[in-house]
Structure formats: C-alpha cells, structure tokens
Design a protein around this ligand. Structure first.
Ligand code: C5P
Length: 202
C-alpha cells in the first residue's frame, strides 16, 4: 500500500530531514514545498511581482536548492507565503504531486491542513527555539553563509511569527496530526519515531 505522508512544522524543526529519510526508506517521492515559496520569494527579490512569479514557476527554479537556502530568500519566501493568491497558484502542483502513483511525502506548513487534509499520515514536527536556531546556524555556516547565531535566531522568530499569524493557511497542527518534538532526538531516533507512526498506518 502506498501512502501520502504530510509533515508540517516550523523552520529547522527537523521536518525536512525526517521527510527525506522517510521517502528514501519507503521508496516514495518527496516534495519540499518550502522550495516553491522560496523560488517565488527569490524572484520577487529580483523585482518580479509575487503572483507572476508563482504562476510562471519552473521546475529548474525550484531545483536550484543552494541559491534558495539563502537567508534573504527565506524571508522573502515567508512574505510571499502570506499572500492568498500566491498560495492558491501553488495548490494544484502540490496536490497533483501528492496524487501521483507510488506514495509521496510532502513537507511544509499547511500540508496536513490545506494541501492534503486526507493524508494517510500527518506529523507535526517541532523543536525548541534554541535547538532550531543552532541547527540552522550550523547548516548555513557550513554552506559558507556568513551569519551569526543571533541573526539566525531572529530570522527564525520573524518567520515563525509571520507564518503562524497569517490569515491563509497559517502554520498550525492538523487536529489529527501526531506531534513530535525533536529537540533532544538524534536524527536516527527522529526517523525511527516517524517510521513507527507510518507503520501504524500501513
Ligand atoms: O520550509 P522552509 O523554511 O524552506 O519554507 C520557507 C517559507 O515558505 C516558510 O517560512 C513559509 O513562510 C513558507 N511556506 C509555507 N507553506 C509551506 C511551505 C513553506 O508558507 N507549505
């Protein structure tokens, strides 16, 4: 049986790592939906109107993951993600991805609530603010971005606030999501915990 797995949570909670590992272990397709918003955000930094960018989005832009990881792109992503018309323009692509044969894992902020409310498995992944800031700081400095821990913490707090406060598809756990706090978990433990939840649905 092939499942649709929805994984939501705030930035640097570990949801992407868990989603990728689940997809690999289960042989499912994986979509990091944050990259869609990041690609739109990046275009707006280059002067394009948000809705035009969302409607013209190409696979090549979304695949340019390294450029999309930059902190200014993350902020631009969360600004365009608050616009209902931008979100609406990206819904069909995400739902079509989830529906294709063979099982899918999607991660983001609104997968279990809006994109795939009927997903077979829903996880809501969190971690403490300090742990998330530390993780993202290591990731960004490892990729050569010159950032401080304080800047990263402020960036995450600002995005979390904007993502949770917006009127359309705010960051929130679906009522039927299983919650996981990865603050003190190793990656292995987090993946095993998620796999156990998936196992219950199989
Ligand atoms: O997941 P990531 O941090 O890459 O997402 C970047 C931004 O895109 C988030 O801060 C959020 O504003 C937005 N986003 C969203 N809905 C999703 C995925 C990402 O609003 N499903």
């Amino acid at each position: 049986m092939s499942l649709t797995i929805a994984i939501d949570g705030p930035a640097a909670s570990g949801k992407g790592t868990i989603a990728r590992a689940l997809a690999e272990r289960l042989g499912y397709r994986y979509l990091d939906t944050g990259l869609l918003y990041r690609a739109v955000g990046r275009r707006t930094l280059q002067g394009m109107a948000p809705l035009d960018a969302a409607e013209a989005l190409t696979a090549a832009e979304v695949a340019d993951a390294d450029a999309l990881r930059a902190p200014d792109v993350a902020q631009a992503a969360s600004r365009v993600a608050a616009m209902p018309e931008v979100r609406a323009a990206l819904v069909d692509f995400q739902r079509a991805f989830a529906r294709r044969m063979g099982g899918a894992v999607l991660d983001g902020r609104d997968i279990g609530t809006v994109i795939c409310p009927d997903a077979d498995v829903k996880l809501f992944v969190t971690a403490s603010d300090a742990v998330r800031a530390e993780r993202r700081f290591k990731e960004l400095s490892g990729k050569g971005h010159s950032v401080t821990l304080a800047e990263v913490a402020a960036d995450l707090a600002e995005r979390d606030r904007r993502d949770a406060a917006r009127a359309t598809a705010p960051l929130t756990a679906a009522p039927d999501a299983v919650r996981m706090d990865t603050s003190t978990m190793s990656i292995e433990t987090a993946v095993e915990t998620a796999l156990a939840v998936v196992g219950d649905a199989l």
